[in-house]
Design a protein around this ligand. Structure first.
Ligand code: FE2
Length: 411
């Protein structure tokens, strides 16, 4: 298959991308616009990019909002209560069906790489076992990384450490954590030391729900970063949320950034979820409840955007479209300056791929997997401004999804 008339990010001119089976065989500049053969694809001067990445979602909880009751206050705490009611009804098949439905929604929007957090604070590890099957059964659609996520804590939950170890033995790819939720500061710190040691021993990646609160005293990020620095594991470690950083004072944050840079860890922000759940103890002025996305980016560190939830007790909206998250995130994070806009797709492509350690399994380069998207606009700015879409998604050299844009007739 050949994709003609493709525009590539950061390069001038039009390109022809030749796929040989499941690999990219050639990328050649075109001297003129080409008319594609019947079996080929025409990018028509629009961007061709590697697939979008969903770096942070909870597939075991998606599509449960309102079952049995809606979260009426919209708070994180009522979300936990509503989830406890729904969790009692969860079955193996129910988890698999909802996860697969959600994966279809992600695929419809050009996502081919997903990292999902799965609650392992369950003596039967039922959701994890279901998700391990989903990972195998959806390989033709996405590459799925599973995080062993201790929703109710590692140290504060009965047999929490053993459940984490068991989850990794069963085949989870990533070690998770939730230090700010542990009962005490000491438990939070020891949970991080435990999970980093487990990751080092097992060779797994790390992705910790870290400081997901407006409490400026929640300072587990420094512990995670220092553990990553000392162990030389920064490239394999992600800190998700870190919303407390939005409430840290600048003096502390300036010292913290020195460590963060040395550690080399990545960051995931979930802007729609965080602006919805955080700031809930404020009247006015009301905090935004996000980490310092623009500042992390300006400091040369790696940061990307994720959806977190789709129609679950914590967040009632969502349709799988990561471009919606990008647009909201750029607004919320004060990133509508042209310099940010013109490279905004980094936040849902290359940066996310780096956080997920996709390495040479990702990117438009000769010899890499023939996974790519044809978008509906010629550059990053126009993609965001026009609320564009992924029009074609190609995976393993074959068309996985094709979208027909809506047409408007004026009378
Ligand atoms: Fe999360």
């Amino acid at each position: 298959m050949i994709i003609h008339n493709a525009r590539l990010r950061g390069r001038d001119g039009l390109y022809r991308i030749t796929l040989n089976g499941a690999e990219i065989a050639a990328i050649d500049i075109q001297t003129a616009s080409a008319t594609p053969a019947a079996d080929d694809l025409d990018a028509a001067g629009n961007l061709v990019v590697p697939p979008f990445v969903e770096p942070h979602i909870h597939l075991d909880a998606t599509l449960t909002a309102g079952e049995p009751a809606w979260n009426m206050s919209g708070t994180l705490f009522e979300g936990i209560e509503r989830w406890a009611e729904r969790k009692a009804l969860v079955t193996h098949e129910d988890t698999k069906t909802r996860a697969k439905k959600t994966i279809d929604m992600l695929v419809d929007h050009g996502i081919q790489h997903v990292r999902t957090h799965v609650d392992v604070t369950d003596p039967t590890l039922a959701a994890l076992k279901a998700m391990l099957e989903v990972r195998e059964e959806t390989r033709h659609l996405i590459d799925l990384q599973i995080v062993a996520f201790p929703q109710e804590g590692i140290e504060s939950y009965a047999n929490g450490r053993a459940l984490m170890e068991q989850a990794i033995e069963l085949g989870a790819d990533v070690v998770g954590g939730i230090p700010h939720f542990e009962n005490t500061r000491d438990q939070g710190v020891s949970s991080i030391k435990f999970l980093m040691e487990l990751a080092e021993r097992s060779g797994c990646l790390v992705d910790v729900h870290c400081d997901e609160t407006d409490d400026p005293q929640s300072r587990f990020l420094e512990v995670l970063a220092e553990e990553a620095r000392v162990r030389g594991m920064g490239a394999r470690v992600t800190a998700s949320h870190t919303t407390a950083m939005g409430s840290y004072d600048n003096a502390y944050c300036s010292k913290l950034f020195r460590l963060l840079k040395m550690s080399g860890i990545s960051f995931v922000s979930c802007p729609t979820e965080s602006i919805h759940l955080q700031g809930r103890f404020d009247t006015y002025p009301k905090r935004r409840g996000l980490t310092r996305v623009a500042e992390i980016d300006r400091a040369g560190m790696n940061v990307c955007f994720g959806q977190d939830s789709i129609v679950d007790p914590w967040y009632p909206l969502g349709n799988g479209n990561i471009l919606r998250i990008l647009e909201a995130g750029l607004h919320i994070c004060h990133m509508l300056g042209y310099d940010d806009l013109k490279r905004s797709l980094d936040l849902i492509t290359d940066n996310s791929a780096r956080a997920l350690n996709l390495g040479e399994r990702y990117g438009l380069e000769i010899g890499r997997p023939a996974n790519l998207l044809i978008l509906s606009a010629p550059d990053d700015y126009e993609m965001v401004r026009s609320q564009g879409h992924a029009l074609v998604s190609v995976r393993h050299g074959k068309v996985l999804m094709r979208r027909t844009p809506a047409s408007i007739e004026r009378s």
